[in-house]
Design a protein around this ligand. Sequence first.
Ligand code: 5AD
Length: 345
Amino acid sequence: MLEYNQIMKNIIDKAAETHFLDKSEIIQLLSCDDEYLLIAADIVRKKYKGDAVHVRGLIEFSNICRQNCKYCGIRKDNTNVDRYRLRAEEVISFAKHAQDKGFKTIVLQSGEDSYFSTQKMVEIISEIKSLGLALTLSLGEKSTEEYRAYKEAGADRYLLRIETTDKNLYKKLHPHMNFDNRIRCLYDLKELGYETGTGVLVGLPEQTLESIAEDILFFKKLDADMIGLGPFIPTPDTPLANAKGGTLTQALKVMAITRLLLPDINIPATTAMETLHPQGRIIALQSGANVVMPNVTEGDYKKKYLLYPGKISVNNTSNQTIDATIKMLNSIGRTIAKNKGFRQD
Ligand code: 5AD
């Protein structure tokens, strides 16, 4: 009979070669603690994506949100948040600064803030695109028409995490939201020609290994172009403040399996990973990730965009954050990509 370790190794090797696993194999990998999984993901990342890391400049332009996700620090009912909204000119100036520093992509992220009408967003998108940057949006759930208008204005990519594919859990965590609408959004985005990113939280209360396996199979079914995932971190002033959070190890495993099954997609080393471990993003970059998203929002805003506590580099200027990112990449022998970093590049 094969030893336990050999069985795991065989599953990992199969995934690295065929990029296919069934649900029970994924569950087996999620329950084992084998360093070999992370190593295999690193090898697949190198083979398909190389050593160049895509650096995307993140601008958090509004922390005003109409949603009430139970885990999120900027949920509508959290009255302890100092709410802000950047002016279009500020957003553009942060984007220009990032471009001067060599960034090729800007990510615009906000809560679901209805102040930013389709017209206002189209103006901001057009201005950023006129600079020659690639543009990713992360603005939450919108109508098909809104997504179409953003795309026609030049937006290239869109991030919308499904958060969990477990319908019951989704319902419990997202009051007044509808799982099917979120799925509709993701398929709309794909159909409209966006590079579409999704992802999940790992370690949510009541989340099972089985449901995480379903999450990974969903990434494959959607044929997501980008997957961003991280550990759930309990946040004060939210209904889940006293919940047990996720672990870095578990989030890394989910990320590594995702890399094995979707070998050519873009996967960021997320800040939530670094929140749980000082080297979290470095470990992620060595376990399948090929993207980092340093925050290029200036001033005090970063401190107010607290999805979870312990967010990294909130006291740094964007120059300091950018320099630290370059240093981090150099320290592990990785380079900075010179192109815009589309999936097929
Ligand atoms: N812990 C970790 N990640 C969180 N997010 C929101 N709240 C938390 C938290 N408490 C993530 C969600 C969202 C992304 C922008 O931030 O997955 O999609």
